[in-house]
Design a protein around this ligand. Structure first.
Ligand SMILES: [Zn+2]
Length: 79
């Protein structure tokens, strides 16, 4: 479904250059929330979510309580 009055969720943050129609899609986290993003935004969100799911199969995102300074642990171990 297309709703041209909506803006891409990520437009404010400028994390990508918006392209295509802004459409509502169910949140990747499966909460049932409808997220409005442009085509690029949806693609990036899906890719990011897939990557997180692959890395942390039991935990989709770093929990709120996660403190990277605690015990010298890091959630993201890219480097
Ligand atoms: Zn966008």
């Amino acid at each position: 479904m297309q709703d041209e009055t909506r803006e891409c969720l990520d437009k404010q943050s400028g994390s990508h250059s918006c392209e295509g129609y802004v459409t509502g899609r169910e949140s990747e986290s499966g909460t049932g929330t409808i997220i409005y993003r442009c085509a690029v935004g949806h693609r990036k969100a899906a890719a990011r979510h897939a990557e997180i799911r692959e890395r942390y199969p039991d935990s989709s995102i770093a929990p709120d309580w996660f403190d990277p300074t605690y015990a010298g642990e890091r959630w993201d171990e890219d480097d």
